[in-house]
Structures are given as structure tokens and as C-alpha cells.
Design a protein around this ligand. Sequence first.
Ligand code: NBG
Length: 867
Amino acid sequence: MTSVIDPKTIGKPARPRRHIRTLTGYTPETDDSGKEKWPRGDESVWKQGLRSVNTDVPSITKSIVNHVQTSLARQAYNLDDLGAYQAAALSVRDDLILNWNDTQIHYTQKTPKRAYYLSLEFLMGRTFDNALLNLGLKDQYREGITKLGFNMEDLLEQERDAALGNGGLGRLAACYLDSSASQELPVWGYGLRYQYGIFQQLISPEGQQLEQPDPWLAGGENPWELPRLDVTYEVRFYGTADRLPGGRALWQGGQEVLAVAYDVMVPGCYTKNTNNLRLWESKPKRGFDLNSFNAGDYEHAVESSNSAAAITSVLYPNDHTTFGKELRLKQQYFWTAASLADIVRRFKNIAKPFSEFPDYVAIQLNDTHPTLAIPELMRILVDEEEIPWGKAWDIVTNTVFYTNHTVLPEALEKWPVPLMEHLLPRHMQIIYDINLSFLQAVEKKFPGDRDRLARMSLIEEGFPKQVRMAHLACIGSRKVNGVAELHSELVRTTILKDFVEFEGLSKFSNVTNGITPRRWLDQCNPELSALITKTLKVDKSVWLKDLDRLKELLPYAEDAAFRKEWAAIKQRNKERLAHHVETTLGLTVNTNAMFDVQIKRLHEYKRQTLNILGVIHRYLKLKQMSAAERKKVNPRVVFFAGKAAPGYYIAKLTIRLIVNAARIINADPDTRDLLTVYFLPDYSVSLAEVLIPSSDISQHISTAGTEASGTSNMKFCLNGGLLVGTVDGANIEIAEAVGENNVFFFGHLTPAVEDLRYQHMYRPVPVEEKCPALANVLDKISSGMFGDGEVYEPLLNTIRQGDFYLLTDDFDSYIGALDMVDKAYLDKEEWIKKSIRTTANMGKFSSDRAILEYAESFWSIEPIKVP
Ligand code: NBG
């Protein structure tokens, strides 16, 4: 069959990829003297029509009114807050487009080396406020909006979160985009444009989590993206792959779908640089099957178009678990294939030989989800560009970088070989070929070590065999990193130990995560930001981009007047949260109490269960106290928020326990002035922005060695909240930075964990003996204190038997740490000093620092300022 094909066309796309330029990539031609030629029409007429960013209030209001009148087709008398938000957002969008356009042209002209951040999740949250801050137009817009008879805060509340992520991994990607643009680095993000983001969480009257879809695009046009209907690529699935002489193969047949680009503008802070996040949407290649349509078989006619559109319809809501579902693998390939086609096209435009590809392109894999980029780039280079296998492998392994975000076994991706063979037959061949030469090299270095070969193979034996994506990501990358010192060490000594022994230590390093201080201080805590600006006596644009400047706050910890202002801001942030709870849930919060917050995905390893058991323990103690004793108690309000994966039964039971414990505890007149508990439903970036500035303490209490980094710990500390935590992830580095006397550590350390688990398994000790206080709490739950005890048995049994996450080992020291918190809180002045010192020492945790580490040590890219 292959013999009738013109050999030159083998493996090539059916027709050459054509990309009709609209906005990106257009550069003017020059005449002989080097002067730019005006491309068409009368230059002066054009130039009169061009506008620049609107910076004064009259032109801003004019632009908003213009959008009300034309884009929305409405008028002053029928404009509500939502309409006013839309018009103002469209006006900001116009400004962003100008900067975005200039940035893309500048990058195209200068052809710098670029980095591409491939992430299956970007948890962006809201854009409006952030765009105004970064454009430096917040005050002007506030004034303009007021003049038009609206309130800025009300308009900000109209925007729906872009929630295309599960948790820390997706939010980190969003922080890194903000920092890349702010540091003027030529970085693009690539992701998927899910029709439905992370589900909305509802809580039933029984305390059960219910899920509802998040149709975030349903409200009409999304002002923060540019549909690029001309930027499309064909992506193939299934079919057959026939090997040809010379290492190439012909992959044909199967299903072809179209990837369409949507560009999200990512403005840098106080710079013109506005980077791009390109999100792909899947579409059928042809509208529908005309034959079936004409035969009257309408269902069949739309079947394939529905299956194409399904690829980007929904974000998988699982955090830290993999399910081996075909649609998920389709998402991963669809996204990496479209992104690589786009990257390769852009590279080919600068007309350099492929050997120079790594000099112009760095590709960062955010966890293993985009690992197919490795075999896909091999396929493009070998099959389409006819580059010999060895050279192609050199190119790939000098271009790709891999960040690992977890060592939990259930989160390490593996794909069944039969599924891969079926969906991506050519990639499976390539993976086998990579594996063979890799294992041959390992064998050479460690002759006869068969166990090692089995451990390191890209293929795990079993029924079915599975492809180990972390191994593929590791050997296909130039550098591998973890996301905090401890985690990177665990990557090197556990999951990738053999690879360190084979490839050497220098390939494996650490980049501790960071957060953007724009969103996580200036936007979420404007009063604190203003106080810092006033105190440091520099413009906020300076310290927000050089967060180490916060150190200059240290001496003010000794200044009583400053402390008073600091504490008053914390108090107002508590009241802001209380107001939010009152208006959304109708509950009254005691703002004179200490605010204690744990907000993150629900997961056994994060141990929200430990927290709620601690709360119940506290409640039982309060109940036993005399009135006089109760007077001495430090009042506490405990907040929880977080979503559980829909199929995660135990995590959902924890939510149920929190909700029902809260119901009983909050209704008890003996204790309710001293202890109340709230589970705030539907945790989101926007909710975090209200919760974080209000905390006195926050809890980061994972079993040692399980939380790779954590990033909300950084957000709380940056806002002057103290931390209760285990010696895990970035908690360790935070304590190093802010001083161990300013954090409350407890619990067993990582090296002890394995041994404790062994003990649990082979020498179990009943909870009653090991930890009577905890046993008492478990008994109270079983006996129905918080509703039908039976319901909670499966949850309680995870502790009574096996106790994989070591609650029985850590409970007593946890309670001890909380007692220390209470004691420390009694000395208010000293507490405020701790709070100030904590903020002052958080400079290291800016995502600007982190992204510059990636840029310098891994990607070798440099800032390039847009004039
Ligand atoms: C998460 C870790 C967090 C870490 C974020 C960002 C995954 C797989 N990992 O501890 O659990 O902060 O990644 O690095 O979501």
C-alpha cells in the first residue's frame, strides 16, 4: 500500500500547514535604507486612526460609555452592575490588546529565545482588578466608574472566576504567567479552554458535597480572550502507524479534529509587556457527516462532531489521582499536539536549521500531564522533518524541562499500553524505541542489574502493561526539578533515585514555588499594601516587583503606632470576611475571636480530618470547664473551605463531619462565644482573596513528606497570618525565612514516617492506648454526637486501622501546638510583632524570584522590554 505513495510526502501533513496572519507575527517590511515601509493606504490617515492606551478619566469614561452604547446596545437607564462591569471590562480589554499587540510584534521582530509553559490547568481567578493594577489605571477607573454612577467594588463582584484548575498546581501556573509578564520575559502559556471549569460545590442539608457544572462562559462573551479562528491545527487520533525504512513511520486514518486557538492576554505589572496564554478548543474538522445527514440519520450525522467537541468540554476534577480514562488521554494529546505544532510553526518562521531549535525554544512541562510533548516532538522531527533519530533525540532533550509536583504514588501518571496503542499508535512505537535505547545504556552502566532495568523501564510490567509518564518526562528532559527543598530531595532519593544514579545529580534540582504579590497582597489586601507603600516611602510598583524590600518593615515591629495600624487592618479584614459570610450564608461571625483558617483541596494527606478532630477535642474540653475557667479561654473561629474530588468518598465524609460538627458546636450556648466553626462552600480564588488577609493563623498540617510545597502557606504569611504546620513542603523554608519562633510546628518528621507506617501494619496499638484524647473524640462521633455515627465509621476506621496518614501519631503534638498558639495570642503586642516580622521576611516567596530562577538556570531566556 505504501508503495503507491510519493515517498517525499510520507509522514507529512496532507497539505502544508498554513497560518493566515492576523494579529501575531506580522512584522513590517523595510526599504533599502532600512526604513519601515507603510504596508497599505495613506499612512497619515492610518496614523490618525490609531489610538494608545486611555489613561485619563475623560477618555476612560468615554470608552466605557461607547461600549455601553455599541457593544452592549444599552443605555444609561437600563444598565445594571453586570452591564456596567461588561462595558468597563471591554474598555480595559481594548487597552490590553494594544499592549499585547505591541508585545507580540516586538517578540517576533527580535526573535529571542522563548519559553513555553505547558499546563493542563490555569487557575486564573478574576482578571478585571488585576488588569487595572498592572496597567496602573486603578484610580482612574475607580473615579470614572463613580462618575458614571456605579461602585467599583460592586462591579468587581460581577466577574466570574476563570476556574480552569483544581488547586495549587493550576494556581501556580497563573502566578508564573503574571510574573513572566511582569519580569518582561518572553513566555507563553499553553492550555485547554474547557467549557466547564472546576465544578461548583453545594452542601446538602445533611452536609453532603454536591457538584454542579461551572459553565463559566455561559454569560456571553469573555472579554479577556481573543478568539483566533484563523489559528487552527489538525490533530489525529487512532488509525494505524506503519514503520518505513530509515526510522520513520506513516501514521494515517483514525479521527481528525481541529484545535482552535483562544488567546488570553496576560499583562505585566507596570510594563507594556503583555504575554499570551493560548488555550485550545476542540472542534470537528467538518461540521457533520453529510452522507448520514442526507440519509436522514441525524444522530449519526452529528456523532463525530460531538465527540470532537467533547475533548475540551470539561476539566477533570481529580486532584492527586489518575483514572486512566481515554478522554483524559485525548485531552493531553490534543493539547500537546496543537501546542507543539504552533511552537514548531513559529520556529520555522525564523528560518533556522532544526539543530538550533533548543537555542530558540524551551518547553516546560508542568507535571507529567504534557509528557506526550516528548514523543510528539520526536514524531514531528523524525517523521515530518526527516531528522535522524539520534539528532532528534538531542534536540528534544535539550528543549524540554520537567517539574514534578508530587511524590504521592496515586498521583504518578501511568497509561495502559493497550489504550496508548489504540489511541496513539505512532507514539507508542516511539516510546518503545526510546525505551530500548535507554535501557541499553542503563545496562551498559550497570551490567546484569535486571532489577534496575525493570525499575527504570518506561513500561511497567503487569496486566495491562503501563507507560510510566514520570520516567518518560525525566529521561526526555534537560532538567528535572521539585517545588520545595524537601520535596526536591525526596524526588532525588525516592521516585527518581535510579535516574539520579544513572544520569548524575546535576540534572536534578529545586525551584521553590512562589506566589504573585500583586494578587496575593496588593489586590486582596489593599489597606496593608497602602500601609507598606507609605512606610517604605517608595512607589508600590517598586516593592511589588522587588519583594525583598519588605525587609525594611522589620524595624517598625518595634513602633507602637505602626503596630496599631497593622492590627487595625487585620481587624478590618476580619470584618470584611464576616460581612461576606453574613451576606452569602446569613451567619454572624464573632470578629473578636482569633481567626483560624484551613483552605485547600480536601485530601486525606492534607489532614483536614486532624483539624476537625482537634476542634471537637477543644469543644469537649470547653464543655467540661467551669464558667470561671471559660473566661480565660481565647475565643476562636475556625474556617474550612475546599472541594473534594466527586468520587473521593472519605474526603466527602470529612466535609460532612465538619458541617455537622459545626452545626452542633455553633448552636451550643455554653461555648459559642468561644468556639465556632464554618465550612464555606465553593472555595475559589476569589473566596481565598477574602479569607487569606483575615487570618490570625492558618493550618498546613500534611503528613510529613506528602505536601510537595503548598502555596497558600506563602499567601497567609505574606498577609501577616502566622502558620501552624508540620515540617513539610515549603513550611520549612518559610520557617527558615521568618524565624522558627514565628511559626508553630508539630508532628513527626519525614524520615520517621515509613517506620511508623510499618509499626501500624505489623505492631498495631489500639487508639485508646496510643492516644486516649483522640480515642475519646472518635467515640463521641461514633456515638452520634454529630448525627448518625454510623455514617462516619468508614472515615473513623481509616484512623483506627492502618492510619496511613499518621493522625494517631501526631494528634497530641498537634493539640500541643494549638495550645502554644493560644498562649502566644494572649500577648497581643508580641503577636502583632510576629505578624509584622512574618510579612517582612516573605520576600523570597515572590513568584518573580521563582520565574527568574527558571529563566536563568533552565530556559536561558532573558527579559526583553517592549518599548
Ligand atoms: C501540587 C502539590 C502542592 C504544590 C503544587 C504546586 C499537584 C500534583 N501537586 O504541594 O501538592 O504546592 O502542586 O507546585 O497538584
